[in-house]
Design a protein around this ligand. Sequence first.
Ligand code: ACO
Length: 447
Amino acid sequence: MPDVNPEFVKYAELHIPGRDPIKLPILKGTMGPEVIDIRALGKEGYFTFDPGFVSTASCSSRITFIDGAKGILLYRGYPIDQLATKANYLKTCYLLFKGELPTPAQYEEFEYKVKHHTLIHEQINSLFQAFRRDSHPMALMCGIAGALSAFYHDNLDIYDPEHRENTMIRLIAKMPTLAAMAYKYSIGQPFMYPRNDLDFAANFLHMMFATPAEDYKVNPVIAKAMDRIFILHADHEQNASTSSVRLAGSSGANPYACIAAGIASLWGPAHGGANEACLRMLEQIGTCDRIPEFVARAKDKNDPFRLSGFGHRVYKTYDPRAVVMRETCHEVLNELHIKDHPILDVATELEKIALSDEYFIERHLYPNVDFYSGIILNAIGIPTSMFTVIFAIARTIGWISHWNEMQEMPESRIGRPRQIYVGKTLRDIKASPARRRSAKSSAATKI
Ligand code: ACO
């Protein structure tokens, strides 16, 4: 039985002509809508059909709650805007994985452990050399995160909570190092080692932008914005990449390989690739006078073009992360004294036009978190191809927290969806004319 309210016992009845009604329990979590438990349906000889899992809960979870209609996002019960303003990324990681915010002593110990796992095994450096310099950094991240599987054999018992926690610390510590190495490799600069005197976000900026030739001073406003981007992207319940991690993990696979599956899924433009796609779209639009042309294309059903950074499967109002991100975007642009930025002008005007257009209003298409994160990252000097990589750094804690939770849930089973088969019905292979001739001649020989 999933971890649901046992007091709530109600049934739905499924009426199928010629059969007795099938009783299906209705489950209730601590928040959110009632859920019809269809697990018994398979034994009754039926499956349900739900491409894209629009109406299907694949698991129960205690980690993140979303109310898409009201624009609510909670990590372990705490609203995302409070975490973004009152916590930091590492506290958020602790909360997501362990269920509670750390005490000062717990935080000190956790931060120490993360800082002391940021180095990458030197042998991994040579893996980078196998990639072309112009490879997309997400290709490097998929390959190298998966390759970490080969380095930690001593800590891979997925049934041991201590091993799972060590894996979490290694992953959140090493992902920024790998990401910065992927960037440095692409521009031909030497890898920069992590610095333990810097906090998580500042250390990442140091590894991205410092060189051994001169000092690099991290701007605290930019470091704070980076930390906020990490918090806002840390988890989002059963999205495509998290579901990919859970599905890969459901077979008992190595956690580093599961994270590589999450990175692969995140890469797509309908998911984590949207911030990159959004910035490329703003660049393609170029000037405000061209916006109507692109809005018309987005509305044209014969044109596959969509406005990147708009719409969300779950949010049918403003994405609560986008609200915080919008504020952070203005803080960063002020700090960097960016006023007349053509991309920002296009973004501001596009937001205005789309929010007042009937097509977008009717379909509840609001700017999502990626709309603003792309502008901030661009202003900080992060190349567009690294946007999804930064999302992957942030989401690693969400992925590994779900993977960890899954190991403890008694309801967990290997993920194995069914299908409606619409292919050919049973048929036989017909003998070819040549085979028929040779069959005839061998029959003649026998006579
Ligand atoms: N531009 C134009 N029209 C859109 C857009 C868009 N960005 N998004 C949805 N629509 C339209 C669809 O054409 C559809 O119209 P119809 O009812 O006339 O057929 C309607 O809105 C509903 O869209 P669906 O595709 O059914 O919505 P779904 O929930 O499957 O897709 C998604 C959600 C993938 C996010 C979609 O809105 C999209 O492609 N957006 C652009 C990409 C993007 O920004 N992705 C980032 C998501 S946030 C994240 O991953 C952190």
